[in-house]
Design a protein around this ligand. Structure first.
Ligand SMILES: [Zn+2]
Length: 508
């Protein structure tokens, strides 16, 4: 191994540095160094160098799957949805399942939830499942309702219209059952991951905190193990499994295979509630635009506590999806009980979206960590409708969280948002132009995707120093004094993982 040499980069706002890496480590950081012969030289031309960027909550397998199914992101009416579904059906055989993801009724005229009647005529022979952009609810056509035998199901998770019939909208745990029954293929998992990994590398990401799915965890863990053993992975993975996978991990040797510095199973992801967009996030008070609805809690307080205790007693990290204030309260209570004051296993709340002061103090008191998605701030433009002006002030209070001592890291929740950490930081810096005390400074935004993300993934918080791991992200500009609005245009010149350039534009 000859090593990588980065010439003329800026570190901490000071230019003229060269950095030499070899065998996975930073060997030297100096001004005016000459590259050792035979090294790969990357010309930074004054661009800023950082410890490798990390996405601390994403679903790469799901994103890979989405890339080859019907992608409905960006559609603004049902005609566009129908056109893309028709194209998907044309690629499928009669009777074959067609799945897609990404519609958002908030972008449609009238903002009404779609119904199965709007897709039945284009899909007489194929069962169709189209999940909303949040992944917490989906639209099913009549063919799939029939083949899954859902016609007589009752409960808040099966939406019914005025005529009493199913509208085709299925929510939360009822939707998990739907996905359990969909056919899937083991060999696709590895290819899906690799296509996402290449894109993530171009975005400057060196590590992904990878959420493995409930319905395909065996295939996904198997793909990670196979790619890791053959040395085919370019990024690092910190893996979070569903509770259903714990018995499988204990009964097989998969846990041992996924316990190295490249891929490591860290913990267990638990869903406490749904999403604000789908009105399934669990709130203390009803939705402002649906006064009979307070959302859906997946578990009782006792059930959630029991799950958390099971994870904690295994020495694993519990990470709980909680968006509404009621769900965050439940999660903080369950985690606080096992975390004590210093939270030795690093338990986290994912999203922690509607976070009033009392819940922030509770999280800080128990050192409960958080992962946040700054791009949700700019995407959830309709949030005031759901919550009212008063409550919406406590939505994504990123600056207050950090100021009050919560360790928070940044993420995309991909495929929900773009994996680009540059866009994530930009959203944290600008909040989409809204005047807000919750805007972050550049240092805070960078920490979300570097040191805090390392710490939230149970890795030592090393920065740029000699001897540290050579996981590095090189940007194309010196960003130290850049106007926040320009930040979204910054490019990634090189991504280095374990001393190897996995993406580079600037090789001399
Ligand atoms: Zn997620």
């Amino acid at each position: 191994m000859k090593g990588v040499f980065i010439r003329d980069c800026s570190i901490g706002g000071k230019g003229g540095y060269s950095v030499f890496c070899k065998e996975g480590r930073i060997i030297s950081i100096e001004a005016g160094m000459v590259p050792p012969s035979g090294t790969e030289v990357i010309d930074a031309n004054g661009g800023s160098l950082f410890p490798g960027f990390i996405d601390s909550h994403c679903h790469p397998f799901e994103y890979g799957w989405l890339k080859r199914s019907v992608d409905l992101r960006g559609t603004t009416n049902m005609t566009a949805v129908r056109l893309r579904v028709v194209a998907g059906i044309q690629r499928a055989k009669p009777g074959e399942w067609v799945s897609g993801m990404g519609w958002d009724q908030e972008a449609f005229p009238g903002k009404a939830m779609p119904t199965r009647a709007e897709i039945d005529d284009i899909s007489p022979q194929n069962p169709v499942v189209l999940s909303r952009v949040c992944g917490h609810i989906a639209l099913l056509n009549s063919r799939s309702i029939e083949s899954l035998g859902l016609k007589d199901r009752v409960g808040e998770e099966y939406e019914r219209g005025e005529d009493g019939g199913l509208t085709g909208i299925v929510k939360e745990r009822a939707l998990e059952e739907v996905y359990d029954k969909l056919p899937r293929s083991a060999e696709r998992s590895a290819a899906d991951l690799q296509s996402v990994e290449a894109e993530a590398g171009r975005f400057g990401l060196t590590t992904l905190h990878c959420i493995v799915s409930r319905e395909s965890f065996q295939e996904e863990l198997g793909a990670l193990a196979a790619l890791c053993t053959s040395g085919s992975l370019s990024l690092r993975y910190r893996v979070y499994v569903p509770p259903e996978a714990l018995d499988y991990i204990e009964a097989t040797d998969i846990g041992k295979k996924l316990a190295g510095p490249r891929v490591r199973i860290n913990g267990v992801k638990i869903y406490a509630d749904g999403s604000l967009g789908a009105r399934t996030a669990a709130l203390r008070e009803p939705y402002s635009d649906d006064p009979t609805n307070t959302g859906i809690l997946r578990y009782t307080d006792e059930q959630l506590s029991e799950l958390v205790e099971g994870v904690d007693s295994r020495g694993m990290q519990a990470i709980i999806h909680a968006i509404g204030d009621r769900a965050i309260e439940q999660a903080a209570e369950a985690l606080g009980r096992v975390a004590g004051g210093n939270n030795p296993h690093g338990h986290r709340i994912e999203h922690a979206s509607l976070l009033p002061r009392d819940l922030r103090s509770k999280m800080a008191r128990h050192s409960i960590r958080a992962t946040v998605q700054p791009l949700f701030i700019t995407s959830d433009s309709w949030a005031v409708d759901r919550l009212g002006v008063e409550r919406a002030r406590d939505l994504y209070p990123l600056n207050s969280m950090l100021a009050e001592g919560i360790v928070a890291s940044g993420s995309s929740d991909s495929p929900i948002e773009s994996m680009s950490p540059i866009l994530g930081m930009w959203a944290g810096l600008t909040r989409g132009g809204a005047d807000s005390r919750e805007k972050l400074s550049l240092d805070q935004a960078l920490a979300l995707y570097t040191v805090s993300a390392r710490s939230n993934g149970l890795d030592s918080p090393e920065g740029l120093s000699e001897g540290a791991a050579a996981d590095l992200t090189l940007l194309d500009s010196d960003i130290s004094s850049m106007h926040p609005a320009l930040f979204r245009k910054v490019g990634v010149l090189a991504t280095i993982v374990d001393g190897t350039a996995v993406h580079s534009y600037g090789t001399a």
